[in-house]
Write a protein of this length. Structure first.
Length: 146
């Protein structure tokens, strides 16, 4: 069952969410760097028509790639435990489920925005973002237990 946030609860998580996004982005970059390094070695071997592979360098790249993959998984697992939904890592787009007039909708935040100022229907996604106004604030709610 999803967790539903009030605006105040969701905004309280923003510093933690920002840290997770940074860790995810950094781990993805390390993973991609290692993958490019491994690919470059294989390409050099193919161009040379075969050669003794540089085992130490391959092992370093493989170790970096595996460590980055673990960091991605661990950070993504921790992120998901918050109840938030990562929609786009490149944009830093995150949704926070909330209830508006008894229906599930999302508080919508993008990395770089100072606070959560938008919401959207589940089916509308990011293009359907609407500003949070007083009517929305007075008719949305989170879980009573959180």
């Amino acid at each position: 069952m999803p967790r539903f946030f009030t605006l105040l609860e969701a905004e309280g998580l923003l510093p933690q969410i920002q840290r997770y996004l940074k860790r995810l982005s950094d781990a993805r970059e390390r993973h991609q760097d290692a993958d490019r390094g491994i690919t470059a070695i294989h390409h050099r071997i193919a161009i040379a028509g075969g050669m003794i592979p540089p085992r130490n360098q391959l092992l370093e790249w493989k170790t970096q790639k595996e460590a980055a993959a673990r960091a991605l998984k661990e950070t993504l697992d921790a992120f998901q435990e918050t109840g938030c939904q990562l929609k786009d890592l490149d944009l830093g787009l995150v949704d926070f489920p909330t209830l508006y007039r008894g229906r599930e909708v999302y508080l919508c935040w993008k990395l770089g925005e100072p606070d959560i100022a938008y919401w959207h229907q589940v089916e509308d996604g990011y293009p359907g973002r609407r500003p949070i106004d007083s009517e929305f604030l007075s008719n949305h709610r989170g879980d009573e237990k959180h």
